[in-house]
Write a protein of this length. Structure first.
Length: 264
């Protein structure tokens, strides 16, 4: 059974689609509306409405509220600390924007073309400073990242594309998947449609990572991990081939992992 996620982690997405769609629905008694199906089907690119909220009406689900407001269901769940099985209640007020009310520093400015950078974690490129300098993470904020598995990048990050909120790394079934930095596991399950067997790690109040399409998860929620610890085995759950879908999120918004991962 999955325990409730740490209320302090900034939200998914992802994983929280990670980072985006999400699990099976079921009807529950009032005052619940129902355990929401966070997915499936096509989703829009999240367009946060800073300062805006939505009040849950009877019969509404996370997926319905998200799609009606131009937000992925995963982002809405993460932004509001809604844990599996994604139950919401009539009268509940949901934020339609990340908790800190600011966009991710690289969401609009990092080019869609994958890029390689030095091993030292850094802020977004200087060309983005004019638009993101006040909210860009500092080296002190960012963990020291490492690649979560071996293999080449099949699909790169693309800002504004809900199907490319992270990178897909090639590999083979059973290949070790490792924590990209020290942190605490805040999600370990298969309730997010589109991610298969998924692990999400919170690294600090700003940063989290998501690891999707695993064959097996080797950690439980609440587990503390160190960079390089094996957390899963690569697979193709929710995918057509063996890959690792890997996301880095800053204040709940996806950023390009290849901007932060070391050169290799």
């Amino acid at each position: 059974m999955m325990r409730r996620m740490d209320k302090r982690w900034i939200v998914v997405p992802m994983l929280v689609a990670l980072l985006a769609g999400c699990g099976h629905s079921r009807v529950v008694r009032q005052p619940h509306t129902r355990a929401a199906r966070v997915g499936p089907g096509p989703v829009q690119v999240s367009q946060p409405r800073y300062g805006a909220t939505a009040v849950v009406q009877p019969g509404q689900t996370v997926y319905r509220i998200a799609t009606e407001n131009g937000i992925t269901a995963l982002d809405l769940a993460l932004w509001n600390d809604i844990a599996p099985p994604y139950t919401i209640y009539p009268g509940q007020r949901l934020r339609l924007y990340p908790r800190d009310g600011r966009p991710a520093p690289t969401a609009r400015t990092v080019p869609a073309t994958p890029r390689r950078t030095p091993a030292t974690p850094r802020t977004p490129p200087a060309s983005t400073a004019s638009t993101a300098s006040s909210e860009a993470p500092t080296v002190a904020d960012a963990p020291t990242w490492r690649w979560p598995t071996d293999g080449g990048v099949l699909t790169g990050f693309a800002a504004g594309d809900p199907t490319r909120q992270g990178i897909d790394i090639a590999g083979h079934e059973g290949q070790p998947v490792r924590a990209a930095a020290d942190g605490v596991v805040v999600y370990s399950g298969s309730g997010l449609v589109g991610y298969g067997e998924l692990v999400i790690i919170k690294h600090n109040d700003q940063w989290l990572t998501a690891y999707g399409h695993n064959r097996a998860r080797l950690v439980n929620e609440g587990t503390r991990v160190k960079a390089g610890d094996q957390i899963a085995e690569m697979g193709h759950s929710g995918a057509s081939r063996d890959i690792l879908h890997f996301e880095i999120r800053y204040n709940g918004k996806p950023v390009d992992p290849q901007v932060y991962l070391p050169r290799r």
